[in-house]
Design a protein around this ligand. Structure first.
Ligand code: SF4
Length: 726
């Protein structure tokens, strides 16, 4: 049922929510102390905390905290789930719970084992658990195994798991970014030679225009809204491009700013609603318009871009009107958009999964880079490109090698410094591992954090794939649907310490390429919990002894960081983290147009444009997250910003509701090529012809369509038909 929506994001509801989270965590002061500890925020990759203390950013600003970080912290501060729960609750019973119920059941504190055909998880001791892991690992072969991590892991644990996998002989090593921002990495690398943000947090504070495309930081990266509100206060502009008119992107109440808290701050100066998937057509239309009007920075393009003449010629061959029709944006809006770009001295283009969760995700990213390059907005302070990354260390796990194909420099360094020859076999990305599992070609999987089952499109297929693996080992802090629906024939759950509960320091990399040090030291729900890195070191030592990798030595994270410094390109500074020197990874922030390509010039991309208009009788279905959710973790069923109390809904434009003979709150069937779901119809400010449902539940009807270049599944534009449920 729909409930009253708030009038702005953040603000008093967020403050009231903090108190509720305080209660959940055992007291508001207890929660405050945990958030204030010298640990990196464990939620989003904007990055807070570290050496200078929790709730601090890298610019020294204090009280940088949000509802999201409290949700995650309170979740981790739950008491342990008693052993009797698993004795009394069968897998069949667990399957009746929602994801939110499972996450809220408490912390996992004992290893659990599910034998083939068993009806219950069995509580086992650590010795037996590690033996089972080791025996099943040794019984498998490298090419029929894979290793997956989420962005929860520390850089140390991530480095160790990929090292272990490679010493064992496989490159089937990947991380959750293959289901979110991989298209950003691939697209940026093609355009600029590097796959991460070209701007720092300080640059965001210098920009006079932020173009926010396919992202909803009001829900997913709340502190970013502080900087956008600040930008508006100093006279700058924010352009939002999103098929759904999000309340928090229109107005946001920044709790740490009195005026904003009481009266809220306007965020979007211009809000454009293309068809879902229409961004590429719109961005190309903008490129055509800028060139037609001769409002490009030609001097910059001549000096710093490859094949600009060919690029401009391609723009001349485009039909502007057709591009606009494909995008769903009017000429007048295009004109205003381009004028704002032209008037800006410093523009930052920021995006998230509205851009990358498309079959043309890489092209989308390259289209954004094209516009920035045409206007000379990359390679100077206060301007550039910013993929808004999700989980707190997702960028860091990729940096230290949790990828199927290591950079040649890192592979060489592993050989030269550690005598580890990286296997020559082609490593599989996340989806390729799932496909192999579905084809009965995987026997063993180590799943570190996350919920791989739920993160996949086509949940039935995902369940089948994971269910065909002989042995799955999860390293988890809380229960989730993946343990219930996404386990192998035999399955082990190893409960692990959260990062801030580690007994030694760990490091994390933010989306601004800033590497923080977390002190650890918070109380774990059980004293004998191991950290992820302890588990990998134990296994490494048992499997390979101490040569050529001295696994026992790597028990000490300081030693691990020395190894990282010696082998991971541009991470030599990580060795000095223990002396408190946090740092920005060198060579990534671009304040001069000196790109990481061979000739130091950026590559403009000639892009063909898909037609994003929904076909007759169909809608474009996009999936998105709520403000009470982080990735696959659902903390709250209600969504304050969109005014709904449950997640079993489809959002539709008022005109589409009327023209299709529906009524608000009708129950309707949403049908894709792979299945259907009965959901409640909610009227919402979404572009006509497009509808939206919640991720990950709607993954049940999202077919597996991949961006061919990045292999990122397209969760954002599925053709669906909608009819009244009977
Ligand atoms: S915005 Fe992100 S990094 Fe900052 S406090 Fe919130 S969840 Fe943590």
């Amino acid at each position: 049922m729909a409930k009253l929506k708030v009038k702005s994001g953040g603000g008093w509801p967020a403050i009231r929510y903090s108190f509720r989270m305080g209660k959940k965590a055992g007291g508001i002061f207890k929660l405050y102390r945990a958030l204030r500890s010298s640990n990196t925020c464990k939620t989003c990759a904007l990055g807070m905390g570290g050496v200078s203390g929790g709730m601090h950013n890298e610019l020294g600003q204090r009280f940088q905290v949000c509802k999201k970080s409290m949700q995650a912290q309170a979740q981790d501060m739950q008491a342990g789930i008693p052993a009797e729960f698993f004795e009394n609750t069968s897998i069949e019973d667990l399957a009746k719970f929602t994801g939110r119920d499972l996450e809220s059941m408490g912390r996992l504190i004992q290893p659990l084992y599910l034998a083939e055909g068993a009806t219950h998880f069995q509580v086992i001791n650590w010795q037996d658990a590690l033996t089972k892991l080791l025996e099943n690992w040794q019984a498998a072969t490298p090419d029929r195994s894979f290793f997956y991590t989420s962005g929860r892991s520390s850089m140390e644990a991530a480095f160790l798991v990929q090292l272990l996998a490679r010493q064992w002989g496989t490159n089937n090593v990947n991380n959750c970014s293959y289901y979110c921002h991989q298209a950003s990495g691939v697209g940026l690398a093609q355009s600029l030679g590097g796959g991460t943000s070209t701007v720092s947090l300080e640059d965001v504070r210098k920009a006079d225009l932020v173009v926010l495309i396919g992202a909803n930081p009001a829900s997913n990266h709340p502190r970013l809204m502080t900087y956008l509100a600040e930008l508006r206060r100093r006279g700058g502009r924010v352009i939002v491009i999103n098929p759904f008119k999000e309340i928090g992107l229109q107005r946001f109440s920044v709790p740490s700013h009195m005026r904003s808290l009481f009266f809220s701050s306007e965020i979007a100066s211009l809000y454009l609603q293309p068809h879902c998937g229409g961004d590429l057509a719109f961005l190309k239309a903008a490129a055509v318009f800028l060139w037609q009007e001769k409002r490009i920075n030609q001097a910059f393009m001549v000096s710093h871009c490859n094949h600009f003449e060919k690029f401009l010629k391609d723009l001349e061959s485009e039909d502007l009107q057709l591009l606009l029709e494909k995008s769903g944006i009017s000429f007048e809006d295009l004109r205003i958009f381009c004028n704002y770009l032209i008037e800006s001295q410093n523009t930052i283009y920021a995006w998230a999964m509205g851009i990358t969760h498309q079959v043309h995700g890489v092209e989308n990213v390259r289209a954004i880079a094209n516009i920035a390059l045409m206007l000379g907005m990359v390679g100077k302070p206060g301007a550039g490109l910013l993929p808004i990354r999700g989980h707190s260390n997702v960028q860091g796990v990729g940096t230290v090698g949790v990828v199927p194909k290591l950079k040649p420099k890192m592979a060489d360094a592993l050989f030269n410094k550690l005598n580890i020859r990286v296997p020559e076999t082609l490593g599989k990305d996340t989806f390729a591992c799932m496909q192999a599992a579905h084809n009965d070609e995987m026997d063993f999987a180590v799943l570190v954090g996350g919920n791989l089952y739920g993160a996949n499109p086509n949940l039935k297929w995902s369940r089948e794939a994971l269910g065909r693996i002989n042995f799955t080992a999860f390293l988890s802090t809380t229960l989730n649907l993946g343990h219930v629906f996404g386990h192998g024939k035999n399955s082990l759950i190893l409960p692990v310490r959260a990062r801030d509960e580690e007994k030694q320091t760990t490091s994390q990399e933010s989306m601004f390429n800033f590497v923080r040090l977390s002190a650890g030291g918070q109380k774990a729900p059980a004293d004998d919990l191991l950290s992820e890195s302890e588990i990998f070191v134990n296994i490494g030592k048992e499997m390979f002894g101490e040569s050529p990798i001295p696994w026992s030595k790597l028990r000490d994270h300081h030693e691990t960081r020395k190894f990282i410094a010696q082998t991971v390109p541009q991470l030599d500074a990580i060795e000095q983290l223990d002396s408190g020197k946090e740092f920005t990874i060198r060579g990534r922030i671009k304040h001069t147009p000196n790109f990481n390509t061979e000739n130091k010039k950026a590559n403009l991309a000639i892009l063909s444009v898909p037609d994003a208009r929904p076909k007759n009788g169909e809608f474009n279905l996009m999936t998105f997250r709520s403000e009470g959710q982080f990735n696959t973790i659902v903390y709250e069923d209600e969504d304050l910003y969109r005014g709904v109390e449950h997640r079993n809904v489809v959002f539709m434009n008022e005109k589409d509701i009327t023209s299709n003979g529906f009524h608000k709150s009708d129950w309707v069937n949403v049908e894709s090529e792979i299945g259907e779901m009965a959901v409640e119809l909610i009227e919402a400010p979404i572009r006509q012809g497009n509808v939206a449902m919640y991720y990950p539940e709607a993954n049940a009807i999202i077919p597996a369509m991949l961006d061919p270049q990045s292999k990122t599944p397209a969760f954002k534009r599925t053709a669906v038909r909608i009819s009244k449920a009977v």
